[in-house]
Design a protein around this ligand. Structure first.
Ligand code: NAD
Length: 352
């Protein structure tokens, strides 16, 4: 049985990934998460008594803790999701982004290198360090073109700059020390368990309550959108079959303006909530002052992942959005506890 050290597994994508691993493989997961405001043990509640899931509350930047976990659980692969991930927060308080995203990733790499160096034979050859990153490291595109794995880095926000720095460290640990690393750069994710400071869950929860739906600028900023389980499938595929030292772009081939995203959500809510007093939900849209340094367009060429590893998204934008709206409407307790802050209670109890 393989053991994965998954960091940030109480967050949005990490939480979905942990469920995906438990459901589709027989691997054991050691889930290291600091439980910042973005970490939510409710997301892991169904894994509380699962012997293949061990939750540890702690910091990826803690060398003694990371070294102990790697050795104690004889970890075969590290999958690094842990990060400060919200662009707006990075503008208000960049220091924590540098600490977690840069110093934290450095510590994971250095501890992993020491752990890997002590292994021998097949266990050493099979070890992997997979770093989960973002397409935001490539900067902003004009109206045409796509980010490929060879697009030069040009990060514009403190968030994307800190992720870019971490990607460079990962690359250096391969070229300098030979650590078998893999990096994935993915476009915007959406789906179950996403913290409602991000566009899609924010809009679903606000629209349900009849609150105005704030859209930055003219709503014309374009993002590529990927359903989170498709991202999890891509990460698992890269972990299993990716070539060490390589970078793989992950995307949904699904470019939408923010306005299109909100209109799609409103139409789905109209359909699901025919008796809502706020129908049509689209009437709730309001335009607010744009975010400083707001990148205009991101778009991803995920052709390498398709050609080399056979991955393609299973969901379209329409089917993924439908699943997402259904999940948020069908999980009112999870939503309520995030919105009223009660998910923050009992943080030290562990989740199994
Ligand atoms: P998230 O904010 O939902 O979750 C981050 C998790 O990391 C939280 O559970 C938090 O408690 C934990 N964490 C933060 N600091 C930590 C630390 N010092 N030590 C241990 N745990 C810590 O983020 P997400 O949206 O799930 O993103 C996960 C990863 O995927 C990030 O690295 C992000 O850059 C990347 N990514 C996200 C998207 C997206 O659309 N959300 C797209 C591409 C890449």
């Amino acid at each position: 049985m393989l053991t994965l050290l998954v960091t940030g597994g109480a967050g949005f994508i990490g939480g979905n990934f942990v469920h995906h691993i438990i459901e589709t493989t027989d691997a054991r997961v050691v889930n290291l998460d600091l439980l910042t405001y973005a970490g939510n043990l409710d997301t892991l509640a169904d894994l509380k008594d699962n012997p293949r899931h061990v939750f540890v509350q702690g910091d990826i930047a803690d060398p003694a803790l990371v070294a102990r976990l790697l050795a104690e659980y004889e970890v075969d692969a590290v999958v690094n999701f842990a990060a400060e991930s919200h662009v707006d927060r990075s503008i208000d308080g960049p220091a924590q982004f540098v600490q977690t995203n840069v110093v934290g990733t450095f510590n994971l790499l250095d501890c992993s290198r020491a752990h890997w160096a002590k292994r021998s034979g097949a266990a050493k050859d099979a070890f992997r360090f997979l770093h989960v990153s973002t397409d935001e490291v490539y900067g902003s595109l004009g109206p045409t073109g796509l980010f490929t794995e060879s697009t030069p880095y040009a990060p514009n926000s403190p968030y994307s700059a800190s992720k870019a720095a971490s990607d460079h460290l990962v690359r250096a640990w391969f070229h300098t020390y030979g650590l078998p690393v893999l990096t994935t750069n993915c476009s915007n994710n959406y789906g179950p368990y996403q913290f409602p400071e991000k566009l899609i869950p924010l809009m679903i929860l606000k629209a349900q309550r009849g609150e105005s739906l704030p859209i930055y600028g003219d709503g014309g900023n374009v993002r590529d959108w990927l359903y989170v389980i498709d991202h999890c499938r891509a990460i698992l595929r890269v972990l299993e079959a990716g070539r060490p030292g390589e970078v793989y772009n992950v995307g949904g081939n699904s470019e939408k303006t923010n306005l299109e995203v909100v209109d799609t959500l409103c139409a789905l809510l109209d359909e699901r909530l025919p008796d809502s007093p706020y129908r049509p939900h689209v009437d709730l849209k309001t335009f607010v002052k744009d975010r400083p340094g707001h990148d205009r367009r991101y778009a991803i060429d995920a052709g390498k992942l398709k050609r080399e590893l056979g991955w393609e998204p299973a969901e379209t934008f329409e089917s993924g959005m439908r699943r997402t709206v259904d999940w948020f409407l069908d999980n009112p307790d999870w939503c309520r506890r995030v919105t009223d802050g009660s998910y923050l209670g009992e943080r030290l109890g562990g989740a199994g």
